[in-house]
Structure formats: C-alpha cells, structure tokens
Design a protein around this ligand. Structure first.
Ligand code: AMP
Ligand code: MG
Length: 413
C-alpha cells in the first residue's frame, strides 16, 4: 500500500506502468490486416527481385553490338522475328543481327542484351530502323538487382506501411507475423452517469469519458471498445471486469479513484491486492490506479473528471499501448513554443494545461491557453490541440518564455 501522503513522480509511475507491460505475443495476419503494425519476423525473399531479366521499356530487344553504327541519318535496320509480351511464360531466343518487339516487363529473349525504346526507332513490324546505338544492358532490369534471392526483405520490427506491404506481396507473402493491436476495453464508473442520448435528469451527467478514451485508444493503435457504464457499486464493477477479462488485453476505468465515500473502483480493486492506488505529482490526474487482474491483464484506473482522464491516458495509457504494439518510441513528439500568456503552476506538481499551438510565420511555434486549469472543462479541452507541460519546479511562466508542448495530432487510422 502506498503512503497516502507521499506523491509519486510522473516518471516513477510511468516506470511502474511500463515495467508491468510487455509487447503483445505475435500472431499471423493477412497482409491488409497488418497495416500499421510491426513485423515480428525476419522476412527473406526466396526469389530474386526482379525474378528474371526483363525490359524496362516498350521497344526492341537487340544485341547492342548490332546497333553500333546506327545514326539518326543512317539508321541500322534489323529484321523483327517476333513479339515478347509481359506475362510470356517461356523465354524466347534470338540470333545475332535480329530484333524482337518487346513490352515493358516482358522477359528478355536469350541472345539480346539491350532494349531500344520505341521512340528511337521507326516502330516497324517486319523490320525496324534503329536511329542510335544501344549500350549493352540499356533498358534491361536485371534479375536480383532490387533484392537477391535468399536475402532479407524486411527485418523484424519493421513498421508495415503501404510500401512495406507492397514489398511483402512482391516476395509472395500473403500473411505475416506481427504484433497485433491490443484489445482495450473502456469502462466508465459513476452512479451519476447516463448513457449518451438519454436525457439526463437533474444531477445526471452523460458519460463522455468512455467515448473520449475509446477514441484515444484507437488513435494510439489499439482495437478499442466501450463497455458502457457501471454505477458506484462493488459487485457490479467486479462482475463486469470478470466477464470481460478474457476479451481484453488492457482494461481502462474512469472515476471512483479519489478519496470520496463512493469511490468504489479504489475500494473494490484495492482489496484484490494486485492493483495499486497512488497519488501522482501531476495536475490534473493526481489519483491513479494501475495493476493487473488475474495476474496478467493490465488495468488502468483513471480519475473521472474528463480532462483528468484524457491527460492520464496521454501520460500513462498511450505509451503502454505503444509498448504492447512493440513500438520502441513510446512518447509523442514534443516541441518548444513561446507562451503567449502568463501561466502559473503549483510547485511540486507537473502541470498539463490545454493549449492552442500556433505556427509562426518565422517557422517557430507559439502557444496560448485553451481555458482555465479546471479538469471539468470539456469545451476548452475540445478547443485545444496540445498539452502544455509545466515542470514540477516551475511556478510561473512569463509571457514570451519558452514552454514544452505536446501536440495532440490526429492520426488517420
Ligand atoms: P470521480 O473521479 O468519480 O470522483 O468523478 C469526478 C468528476 O468527473 C465528477 O464530476 C463526475 O461526474 C465526472 N465524471 C466521472 N466520470 C465521467 C464520465 N464518464 N463522463 C463525464 N464525466 C464524468
Ligand atoms: Mg465518481
């Protein structure tokens, strides 16, 4: 049990979280389901790429020596002894002093060592006039020039974007071993919450957190879903968690982790002994719970105020999801920006303020505050595009001073 009065630093708590999480076990997925994931095997190409010598142009396959004397005003004329199209299933052959009409991607005939592009010829069918000499190897794509047979196409850990999926298809892989998306389940707790769309009566609040955090988890790369709302009731919460344990790789709850009489998440899960509730030196997001259920499923118990829950997600859950995905860089990029307003901060706490980041015409950044510090301010949160980080030892940022900013860029997942 953590000492109720001692605050744990953000970095220490993040170490605890990341120490309790490893990368997902690899699974095999069809190529298009692997988009955005990390490869979990070395992929070698059995065949060379390209697999056979082929033409880079539409033109005529020739022996370069036969075109040596060709000039625009004195072309060399060669008999055309056939056509080779892309997809030709056998290798054609050609004797000296002859030419074959050839299409882009078609296999080079045996006996030819260069292709003269159509535009340097008269495009003849029975005989072709060639207006300049070809170099040996010109317009020929060599077998294995892109990738030799048996060599590595992609290394384990490679991120699979469109280009990498194209290469995997080129080497004949329709399924690959990857780190899958973790299944994240988001549960909102609070007896005051109503399902969105239902008209709240006095004292009720629509459940916003589960939408916000499910979206944030998807954005971080997870396969996320909402489990709806549970009231402030021990057995209701424990029953829901138990029923979902086999269907989730990560559980996220919001609400019920403060010191109030009805903070049921903290009460119910503390008793299990595998979830630790601490106070972290940050604002918002001071009360945090993290641990494991059934010895293996990580659970994050985030505070209920919407801004607190999103900031807590950004600080602890997003890096954890990235670790599960097998990523090495767990943190969002940060930028330095000039504060346009004074910002004050409580000593000893790392403060995350919502901000609007602007790109200056000079190329640098400036940032203004989006609303006050209150962690209930969802409209201000929605107007922001970044978090402004004020370190523990800073109590005042004067206007014009540089601050650290985490842009909350939307991914295109
Ligand atoms: P709690 O952490 O449970 O004490 O909740 C703190 C504040 O956040 C209360 O005002 C709650 O009504 C509000 N809150 C908790 N959960 C949600 C939620 N899912 N959606 C919107 N507001 C919430
Ligand atoms: Mg509550």
């Amino acid at each position: 049990m953590a000492d109720e009065d001692a605050l744990r630093s953000v970095d220490e708590q993040l170490d605890v979280v990341l120490g309790g999480i490893g990368a997902m076990d690899p699974i095999e997925l069809p190529l298009l389901d692997a988009q955005g994931l990390l490869l979990a095997e070395d992929v070698a190409s059995e065949l060379p790429l390209p697999a056979f010598d082929n033409s880079a142009m539409d033109g005529y396959a020739v022996r370069a020596v036969d075109t040596r004397s060709a000039r625009p005003d004195a072309p060399v004329t060669l008999p055309v002894v056939g056509d080779v199209a892309a997809g030709a299933r056998s290798r054609s052959g050609m004797g000296p002093g002859l030419a074959m009409r050839i299409m882009t991607g078609a296999p080079m005939p045996a006996g030819a060592d260069a292709v003269v592009p159509l535009e340097d010829t008269d495009r003849g069918l029975a005989r072709v006039a060639i207006r300049r000499p070809a170099r040996s190897g010109e317009c020929v794509r060599r077998a294995g020039e892109d990738l030799r047979a048996g060599t590595l196409a992609l290394r384990s850990g490679a991120a699979l974007g469109p280009q990498q999926l194209g290469l995997l298809a080129s080497v004949g892989r329709d399924r690959v071993l990857v780190r899958p998306r973790p299944r994240v389940l988001v549960i909102s707790t609070g007896s005051e919450l109503v399902e969105v769309g239902q008209r709240p009566v006095f004292g009720q609040v629509p459940d916003a957190n589960s939408f916000m955090l499910t979206a944030a988890a998807k954005d971080a790369g997870a396969d996320a879903r909402r489990a709806g709302i549970v009231g402030d009731d021990h057995s209701e919460l424990l029953d829901l968690l138990e029923s979902q344990l086999l269907r989730a790789d990560v559980l996220v709850t919001t609400g019920g982790v403060s010191m109030g009489a009805f903070d049921v998440v903290k009460q119910a899960l503390s008793e299990l002994g595998t979830v630790e509730f601490v106070r972290v030196a940050m604002q918002p997001g001071k009360p945090q719970g993290f641990g494991h259920l059934s010895g293996k499923v990580p659970i994050f118990c985030l505070p209920g105020n919407p801004v607190s829950s999103l900031v807590s997600f950004e600080v602890f859950v997003r890096p954890a999801i990235r670790k599960l995905l097998g990523k090495r860089n767990l943190q969002r990029a940060r930028v330095r920006a000039v504060a346009l307003q004074p910002i004050d901060s409580i000593p000893g706490l790392r403060q995350y303020r919502r901000g609007v980041l602007h790109r200056e015409s000079s190329g640098g950044y400036s940032v203004s505050l989006a609303g006050g510090p209150g962690s209930h301010l969802v409209a201000s949160l929605a107007a922001s595009n970044c978090l402004i980080v004020i370190d523990e030892d800073v109590t005042e940022v004067p206007p014009g001073a540089p601050v650290t900013v985490i842009p909350l860029l939307l991914s295109n997942r």
